[in-house]
Design a protein around this ligand. Structure first.
Ligand code: SAH
Length: 377
């Protein structure tokens, strides 16, 4: 398939390459990253149909009401009428928004003159329930005629279950602010993943590739080393997905997440799925681990899924004291994961295998999972 914007948006480095070639190339590259460990690197788990997989997009509009992504290192918008990574419904909703913005003469924010209303639009899809969340990022808390706007949008696009106004008047590259107003619906959508139901609100992290995410989580389940009365920590837990998915295999799960909205979603998700052996905390993962050390908490296993920057030395040193039997390390950036793995080796944790998942086809990224075992246990 051909990408009509010709990679100008900078998202898909490999879009012109055949998919099996991409997997091969990424495998060679990532194999190299782990070479010092002398471990087995399994072939990358790819997708059957590697298109339309992204469930989230953030676009900006230009004065002609064309929507797109910013050209790399510039303020110019590259229109993406049909991006191969998103499903048809995402485009249908964006096209409808385009008509409505035009019709309602919504002013587009001009970053040079610092004037105008609409800065970005975020679309999030719950693919298994076919629900859509629309977030309009605006410069001021004004959206005249929002009721009629939402009515027209949802009449034409019935998958849209909620519309949220995010008011962000700051001039930074951070798209969303914490200031939100729900214009329509409940402010979140609901998706099904691994047989459970999850509420996802605008600010929360949610894996962007549904089918690959299910494979990834299944691997986490396969790697669990389960004993009676075990307590497992799910650190960097987002809306609680991994912890909840593994909760039926272990006695106690404790999740920790820094983002307050994601933490609130996690609490709700636990209740909604009637999971009683899971607790969530809203804290920085490193601080939380230090507190577990101070409390002398019994920890048998740790799952960690940090953001791209990886974890911290202090987090790993807390693990040394807590002394769990194993750590399952899920990473969206193997480059930073290897630094943390070296620290783990120093404190007596080793691993034999690396499992790679293509969560982001056509891009240079992969997700990886490693099971670290305590050599003394
Ligand atoms: N395990 C989840 C989320 C992984 S993404 C899933 O599979 O969906 C990483 C998560 O770490 C995000 O939700 C982010 O908000 C959170 N995070 C980032 N920095 C953190 C920190 N210092 N302490 C705790 N959580 C953090």
């Amino acid at each position: 398939m051909n990408c009509q914007v010709n990679k100008k948006c900078g998202s898909c480095q490999y879009i012109e390459m055949k998919y099996d070639k991409q997997l091969q190339l990424k495998y060679e590259e990532y194999k190299d990253i782990y070479k010092d460990f002398h471990v087995k690197i399994y072939p990358i788990q790819g997708m059957k149909n590697p298109y339309g997989y992204r469930n989230k997009v953030i676009v900006a509009f230009n004065k002609k009401y064309e929507y797109g992504l910013y050209e790399e290192n510039s303020h110019r918008i590259v229109p993406i009428q049909k991006c191969l990574l998103h499903d048809q419904e995402t485009h249908d909703v964006l096209n409808r928004l385009q008509l409505l913005f035009k019709k309602n003469r919504i002013s587009i924010y001009d970053s040079k003159r610092k004037r105008g209303l609409l800065k970005h639009v975020l679309i999030r899809r719950a693919v298994s329930t076919n629900q859509t969340l629309v977030v309009l990022v605006v410069n001021e808390p004004m959206f005249k005629g929002s009721k009629r706007f939402c009515q027209e949008l949802t009449n034409k696009c019935p998958t849209v279950k909620s519309v949220v106004l995010n008011i962000n008047s700051r001039q930074t590259s951070v798209v969303l602010s914490k200031n939100e107003k729900v214009l329509y619906g409940k402010g979140f959508i609901v998706d099904e993943l691994c047989g459970l139901t999850f509420k996802i609100s605008a600010q929360s992290f949610y894996q962007i590739n549904h089918s690959q995410c299910e494979k990834l989580y299944q691997k986490v389940i396969d790697l669990l080393d389960v004993k009676k009365e075990d307590t497992i920590l799910d650190t960097y837990c987002g809306i609680g997905t991994i912890g909840m998915v593994v909760s039926k295999y272990v006695d106690h799960v404790i999740g920790v997440e820094l983002n307050k909205e994601a933490y609130k979603d996690a609490l709700n998700n636990g209740k909604m799925n009637r999971i009683e052996n899971i607790k969530f905390y809203n804290d920085d993962a490193t601080e939380f681990m230090k507190k577990q050390v101070a409390l002398n908490q019994k920890v048998d296993g740790v799952i960690m899924d940090p953001p791209r920057a990886g974890s911290t030395k202090e987090f790993i040193h807390a693990i040394q004291v807590l002394n769990p039997r194993y750590v399952i390390y899920v990473s969206c950036d193997p480059h930073t994961q290897v630094n943390d793995l070296k620290e783990f080796q120093k404190i007596g944790y080793s691993f034999k295998d690396v499992y790679l998942y293509d969560m982001f086809p056509h891009t240079q990224h992969v997700e990886s999972i490693v099971l670290l075992s305590n050599v003394e246990k």
